[in-house]
Ligand binder design. Structure first.
Ligand code: NAP
Length: 493
């Protein structure tokens, strides 16, 4: 066992020491902000590279459905985005560049998966997969939301003799050109994969369990002149960011929390028109028509999916899957769809967050026990009896309606206001009170009833009881809450 040292050049002081778990978007953000504040931290990453979701997802066709000038740190705009919605590799390169520019990359302790994190004698003691240990006064769990792939429980999956992989474990060695490819799933991921692979595939079979609404989405490239203009006038990027953020909040984020909003009806009508106008064959059109309202599941934005699925080498399979066999997928009608490659675009285990890490709070309280009925956290950040540990983009947060970067920045500033309670000497331990947690959850569940997510579909937004595990209020409310922590909701000791 070795004791890991502080990595950001700060020595011992009376100031608190932070442990940041994860070097994705929110972990890098935390390190930058702590460095700016002159505070001591160590940053741990389970993988051998930074980037989080943008490292893990390298599938064909990957891009982000939040416009690039909004999907970047507010303090680090990027004049070089290639497109309105830039490809995943570009987003990954952005985070690598930012980590280098702020000197974070050299500080990250790679290949160290934190296995145990326990609050003992007033400090967080951590253990990593290689047996090393460390301790900090505060932990920032920047572990991400969608990071554990969900593999489908389909009989015979292991028997497939072709190449099979999950979308978040993309097999770059797999030969795809000229092959018979199967894709299971119709989420945001699958839709992008289908559009990216269709032209080179010999045949592509999309196994659809549930149809999806698709809203048309143009994705123009920025010209070299526009990029030069952004470089010369950074304020234009800020204006564009504000413009997009406002449009996003008014037109979408605030609409989805009210199932009867006129904006949602417009989104629904746009999706219906997109389906009607884009898909020529009536039988195919009906197979692609969902039986729930647009926005209930994560809305798909695509400029090319309908074109792709109408190509002669595309096959939309709506019969349920019976089992997977050595040579392909057998559907319930008895047909065998022979395949060379099978891609599982089947999503993620959405209830993981910090786990599988063994997190132990005050008096031996185990996170797994507290979350046995599902993950919960006040403001998606803090949990009763788990003092001085905070999550960025934790459970029941704004994952369905805002840019997660904006969310993380606001949450980080909130966390620092809580940390200030300790730094000022007002207390040594800060966590939400049990009473405030329960009240918050009751109000959240009540508000969720009028959201579009609870309007009659199945999606990863819903918890085991069918309640949307998503922030059900406006972005303004979120911003206000983050700006002004209600200290009377906290247990300060
Ligand atoms: P997802 O939305 O959870 O979709 C998983 C798909 O797999 C669904 O169509 C699901 O069908 C299907 N599926 C799962 N198990 C199955 C089984 N046993 N048999 C048949 N079908 C099965 O996952 P995702 O597409 O990876 O997207 C997850 C989230 O990542 C998105 O909602 C979004 O938040 C984010 N994302 C964003 C972007 C972007 O920004 N463009 C791109 C990709 C992902 P059912 O619908 O019937 O359950």
């Amino acid at each position: 066992m070795s004791n890991a040292n502080s990595t950001n050049g700060k020595g011992a002081s009376s100031e608190p020491r932070f442990i940041i778990i994860g070097a994705g978007m929110s972990g890098i953000l935390s390190a930058i902000k702590l460095k700016e504040a002159g505070l001591d931290y160590a940053i741990y990453e389970k993988a051998d590279r930074l980037g989080g979701t943008w490292r893990e997802n390298e599938y064909a066709g990957l891009s982000c459905d939040v416009p690039s000038h909004l999907y970047c740190y507010s303090f680090a705009p990027n004049p070089d985005w290639s497109h309105r919605f830039s490809p995943g590799a570009e987003i990954q390169a952005y985070f690598v560049d930012i980590a280098e520019r702020y000197g974070i990359d050299k500080e990250i302790q790679y290949n160290k998966k934190i296995t145990r994190c326990a609050f003992e004698d007033g400090r967080w003691q951590i253990e990593t997969s290689d047996g090393s240990t460390d301790a900090g006064d505060f932990v920032i769990a920047a572990t991400g939301v969608l990071h554990e792939p969900a593999y489908p429980d389909i009989e015979g999956l292991d028997s497939f003799q072709g190449t099979v992989f999950h979308s978040a474990r993309w097999n770059h060695d797999a030969e795809l050109a000229g092959k018979r490819i199967g894709v299971i799933g119709t989420g945001s991921t699958a839709i992008q994969i289908v559009a990216a692979l269709i032209d080179d595939a010999k045949e592509l079979s999309l196994f659809q369990r549930t149809a999806q609404w698709v809203t048309p989405q143009e994705n123009p490239a920025f010209t070299e002149e526009e990029k030069a203009d952004f470089r010369a006038h950074p304020e234009k990027m800020q204006q564009m960011r504000e413009f997009i953020a406002k449009g996003f909040a008014d037109g979408f984020a605030n609409a989805v929390i009210d199932a009867n909003s006129p904006e949602l009806r417009m989104i629904h009508d746009t999706c219906v028109a997109n389906l009607e106008n884009s898909v020529k064959d009536s039988a195919l059109r009906e197979k692609l028509r969902p039986n729930y309202r647009a926005g209930c599941k994560r809305l798909i934005m695509s400029e090319d999916f309908y074109d792709a699925i109408q190509k002669p080498n595309a096959n939309l399979v709506t019969e349920g899957i019976e089992r997977i066999e050595q040579t392909g997928v057998r559907t319930k009608d008895g047909e065998l769809h022979e395949l060379d490659v099978l891609i599982l675009a089947t999503g993620f285990r959405v209830d993981r967050f910090m786990r599988p890490m063994n997190v132990i709070g005050r008096n031996g309280t185990k996170l797994d026990d507290v979350w046995s009925h599902g993950p919960c956290a006040y403001m998606a950040i803090t949990i009763p009896e788990f003092p001085n540990i905070f999550m960025l983009n934790g459970p029941n947060g704004p994952v369905g309606n805002f840019s997660l970067i904006d969310v993380a920045e606001l949450q980080f500033s909130y966390i620092m206001k809580l940390v200030d309670q300790v730094r000022s000497g007002a207390c040594k331990e800060v966590s939400v009170s049990q009473e405030a947690m329960e009240k918050f959850d009751e109000e959240r569940k009540e508000a969720a009833k009028s959201t579009i997510w609870q309007s009659g579909c199945n999606s990863w937004y819903l918890d085991a009881n069918g309640v949307p595990a998503v922030w059900p209020w406006t972005f303004d409310r979120f911003r206000d809450e983050m700006a002004n922590p209600r200290l009377d909701h906290f247990d300060l000791r």
